[in-house]
Write a protein of this length. Structure first.
Length: 134
């Protein structure tokens, strides 16, 4: 008797692992059938999946860059937007790492930060310059 592990039974019960294997094998078969019905080759499907993963990764990176990041992750050699807190007020300004580091290390006479830089974000690209006509 030749029985695959996916259909193996012991004392009338199948293992949850083998049940999941059967479920996944059915899903793969359904997926292949759907691709065949659409006329998509396995190579085309693979390339489409790779492109989809690359696009998802790029979107995630763009979303990350469009959100405020902790100041500790700011670039050390670039100018960036920063949130500067002073006396309870917050201001958004451009800054370099050396300035942020300096502001975060200055304390008043009571041991409190005079100014505090908490978050940063990359600068947006400048607008395209219009060519001047003579």
């Amino acid at each position: 008797m030749n029985q695959s592990l996916a259909s193996f039974e012991f004392r009338g019960e199948t293992s949850p692992v083998y049940d999941r294997i059967n479920e996944l094998e059915r899903e793969v078969a359904d997926y292949r059938q759907a691709l065949e019905e659409l006329g998509v080759t396995p190579d085309e499907a693979r390339r489409g999946a790779e492109r989809s993963r690359a696009l998802h990764k790029e979107v995630a990176e763009l979303r990350r860059d469009a959100e405020w990041q902790p100041i500790e992750t700011a670039p050390k050699k670039e100018t960036f937007l920063a949130i500067l807190s002073c006396g309870g007020d917050q201001t958004i300004c451009t800054m370099r790492w050396s300035v942020a580091e300096s502001k975060n290390s200055r304390l008043d006479g009571n041991g409190y930060h005079v100014e505090r830089v908490s978050h940063w974000m990359p600068l947006p690209k400048p607008p395209a310059m219009k060519e001047e006509t003579k």
